[in-house]
Design a protein around this ligand. Structure first.
Ligand SMILES: Cc1cc2nc3c(=O)[nH]c(=O)nc-3n(C[C@H](O)[C@H](O)[C@H](O)COP(=O)(O)OP(=O)(O)OC[C@H]3O[C@@H](n4cnc5c(N)ncnc54)[C@H](O)[C@@H]3O)c2cc1C
Length: 134
């Protein structure tokens, strides 16, 4: 697996590949603390290009990949299993709002955007009223 991690460090800066237990811990348990797993590494990509290369690398090395957004799901789907062989791909750095189209009332954004941020942006454009959401 060392060679896999070395290959990974050609795609992502080392600081965005978490392999130390204390760094991985926050990503291994869901928000209700119902599901806890183990992971070879947590990766924090910033671009779709990086994600594409990580997916290719995982496929080539038969390493299972667990996508993780806010880790608020109720089914443990974003929690790795306990093999310690999977990697968690967390999307929190993919948090850019790419476009707000007022005419079509659409917002194009990256998968790591937080719902509250999106709601605030939509409210700024009068797409929604935050009062009705609270
Ligand atoms: C207070 C509260 C209220 C909630 N209310 C609702 C509700 O009303 N309705 C509802 O349906 N759910 C609700 N949920 C559950 C949860 O918030 C939603 O399901 C939410 O959509 C999960 O998003 P997440 O980014 O946290 O996903 P995670 O928990 O990170 O992931 C959920 C699943 O999606 C996969 N995944 C995540 N991101 C990606 C991606 N970019 N590409 C591919 N796969 C991905 C993960 O691998 C996992 O299998 C609630 C949760 C909380 C905490």
């Amino acid at each position: 697996m060392e060679s896999f991690l070395q290959e990974l460090s050609k795609v992502l800066e080392k600081k965005y590949i978490l392999t130390e237990d204390q760094d991985k811990a926050p990503y291994l348990t869901d928000w209700r603390k119902r599901f806890t797993g183990k992971a070879l590494a947590i990766v924090l990509p910033h671009t779709t290009q990086e994600i594409s290369e990580i997916v290719k690398l995982c496929a080539a090395n038969e390493v299972a990949l667990v996508p993780q957004g806010g880790h608020t799901g109720f089914c443990g789907g974003a929690t790795p299993d306990d093999s310690g062989k999977q990697i968690v791909l967390n999307l929190k750095r993919m948090n850019t709002i790419r476009e707000i189209d007022v005419e079509n009332q659409t917002i194009t954004l990256e998968a790591g955007c937080i719902l509250q941020t999106i709601q605030e942006k939509a409210a700024e454009q009068d797409f929604i009223s935050l009062e009705s959401w609270r």
